[in-house]
Ligand binder design. Structure first.
Ligand code: BGC
Length: 606
């Protein structure tokens, strides 16, 4: 565990006023985060949305025009679209909870009072691995169950449900009096976290325009990194409450568990009063007027503006296409359960959907098998094993990991939508491989003589940091962006649920195998991760399609989903219908009557 052997474990009688300082620091940082996001909004809210183009009608606007009409990407784009920036930052509180929860347990486990109360869990207890991993198992379940919730009750309310689960989990952990309470709390909290990790990027991806989708989703990775870093330093501070020796107060560990309820409550309230519904979900459930209103608010343009009109048409076309496909292919599927079943089945049986599902899941798997959590969870142990002797040195080296992880996520906000997913992933992968290779080789050479070769130890540490840097701007972010954008609306939530659950189960496996590998194959651990980062590089280079700037509704073209005459006919009919609607021509004639049937059926499902 990251805090194993850290100064925290040296018992001392020093008493610090940190029981006041730590909550204050935590609240200040949280407040800064919220203030920063609101400051952006206040500053930008008067700016005219200058993405307006002077198209005279919706029909004149091709999708190519529409893409360029959204304006610049990256930082400039986000600053101009202050609404998207604000909402994405706010929803990213979910990412903050994610990172915080990942980071907080490691410090708690080695606190003296915690060890005394939970001897089988704290210190070197036999249940220690499980108390960490049970959260990831809960998250695995949470990511899967969030799909039906996000489809049925909306993305936004599914995040609210997640916050409630997270709150229950946090209260149980903060108030734990025995192992079972702790384990149940970790599991329930994990469910909430899994839901959040699926619901937040899904929601952000659906509110963002194509030019900002990558940058907006990247904000959640930024928040994850902030959460990890803050929890690390917070644990470090609260351990002094009552002194780090025998007299340590129970507040030392209860407080870090308890404090996370603050962002969770903020997010819960935000789900009802701040975050709007996803316009794509609204269209999916046929609340199209509301979808139009939300879209116009998000784009800061009037409802009748050609950009808004063209975008809503694109979304409607996508949604109707999905619904019509289901209706024509599965005429007997009437209830929402039957339809959901067919959608899950389609994901595995339709070639182009199965391909996308594989890509999303494999990317999640590879993100974890780059070894990032091996470092996040076991950094102090690693730093010690490469010769950085002294607890404070290895602890400091670990602290640097947290800081680099945050700092390196910032450039990603600017580059993923400008340079594209592929190039960023390839850069990241090749430098991560290089780092693993060098660490492994140094380790192999100096395994028994670190003490005499201090420089080698520091070089290895520098490459651990270099690895984290390259992870943070590349696969750290893109693994979250990619699944939000490649699936059609009809199966998006289901597919994301499966992909994110793969992330959690891989995270779980890494947590379990890393200490075993470090003990047995030692430097081989880094060659092991080197192999996976090389796989990531080659796979991206040869197989991964670029999705930068492609509207969600046009992703089919990348994956062969719109091929075939039947599909083209279906899309043609929908486009004609939408053109009629936009001209207010009555479309419910005999020849185009599928539309009203579809309407009724779609409404019945929800
Ligand atoms: C990963 C986490 C990891 C974090 C590090 C996320 O993208 O999913 O497992 O701990 O990045 O910043």
């Amino acid at each position: 565990m990251p805090f194993a052997n850290c100064p925290a474990t040296k018992r001392s009688r020093i008493r610090h006023p940190l029981y006041i300082f730590c909550p204050l620091l935590f609240c200040t940082l949280l407040l800064c985060y919220i203030l920063l996001s609101s400051a952006f909004v206040t500053k930008m809210s008067n700016e005219k949305a200058d993405q307006m183009i002077r198209s005279s009608s919706v029909e004149e606007m091709s999708s190519v025009d529409l893409d360029s009409a959204f304006g610049p990407s990256g930082f400039r784009g986000l600053v101009r679209s202050s609404n998207i920036l604000f909402y994405s930052l706010f929803a990213s509180l979910g990412g903050f909870l994610f990172g915080y929860d990942q980071g907080v347990i490691s410090g708690v486990l080695v606190m003296r009072d915690f060890e005394k109360r939970f001897p089988r869990v704290g210190g070197n207890g036999d249940l220690q691995g499980w108390v960490v991993s049970i959260m990831q198992l809960g998250a695995f379940v949470g990511a899967l169950i969030n799909s039906p919730l996000a489809d049925r009750f909306s993305r936004r309310y599914s995040i609210a449900v997640a916050c409630v689960a997270f709150l229950i989990g946090s209260v149980l952990q903060a108030g734990a009096i025995d192992n079972s309470m702790l384990f149940i709390g970790r599991f329930i909290g994990g469910i909430g976290l899994g839901q959040i990790s699926m619901g937040v990027p899904l929601w952000i991806g659906e509110i963002a325009p194509p030019n900002l989708r990558g940058s907006a989703v990247t904000l959640q990775q930024f928040a994850i990194a902030c959460g990890i870093m803050i929890s690390f330093w917070l644990d470090y501070g609260t351990q002094y409450i009552g002194g780090i020796g025998e007299g340590q107060s129970q507040l030392a560990w209860r407080l870090p568990f308890a404090l996370r309820v603050i962002p969770a409550i903020a997010l819960l309230i935000g789900c009802f009063f701040i975050l709007p519904f996803s316009p794509r979900w609204l269209v999916k459930v046929r609340r199209e007027h509301e979808a139009l209103a939300v879209l116009s608010r998000l784009r800061k343009l009037p409802e009748n503006h050609p950009i808004v009109q063209a975008e809503i048409m694109q979304i409607k076309a996508g949604a109707r296409f999905d619904a019509l496909t289901i209706k024509e292919k599965f005429p007997n599927a009437k209830t929402s359960a039957q339809i959901a079943y067919q959608q899950y089945k389609e994901l595995f049986t339709q070639k182009h959907l199965a391909k996308r599902l594989f890509v999303a899941c494999f990317l999640q798997f590879l993100q974890q098998f780059t070894g990032v959590n091996a470092i996040i969870y076991y950094a102090p142990k690693m730093f010690k094993s490469i010769g950085l002797s002294g607890n404070s040195v290895s602890l400091l080296a670990t602290g640097v990991v947290g800081i680099i992880n945050v700092v390196a996520t910032v450039p990603a906000i600017g580059i993923v939508d400008n340079y594209g997913r592929r190039v960023v992933l390839m850069f990241g992968a090749i430098f991560m491989s290089l780092s693993h290779f060098i660490i492994a080789t140094l380790y192999a050479i100096y395994e028994h003589s670190w003490a005499e070769h201090l420089f080698a130890g520091w070089a290895a540490a520098a490459f651990v940091w270099f690895f984290v840097f390259n992870f943070a701007y590349s696969v750290g972010c893109i693994a979250w962006i990619y699944p939000t954008e490649i699936f059609p609306l009809g199966v998006r939530a289901q597919a994301m649920g499966i992909a994110i659950s793969v992330n959690w189960i891989s995270n779980f496996v890494i947590g379990l195998i890393t200490p075993i590998m470090l003990n047995h194959i030692k430097f081989g651990t880094f060659y092991f991760f080197f192999a996976f980062t090389m796989v990531l590089f080659c796979w991206v280079m040869f197989f991964l399609p670029e999705t930068k700037g492609v509207p969600m509704e046009e992703m089919d073209k990348l994956w062969g989903g719109s091929e075939g005459k039947e599909t083209a006919d279906r899309m043609g009919r929908i486009q004609n219908e939408l053109k009629c609607e936009s001209r207010n021509v009555p479309i419910y004639s005999k020849t185009s009557s599928y539309s009203d049937d579809l309407d009724i059926e779609m409404q019945e499902q929800y």
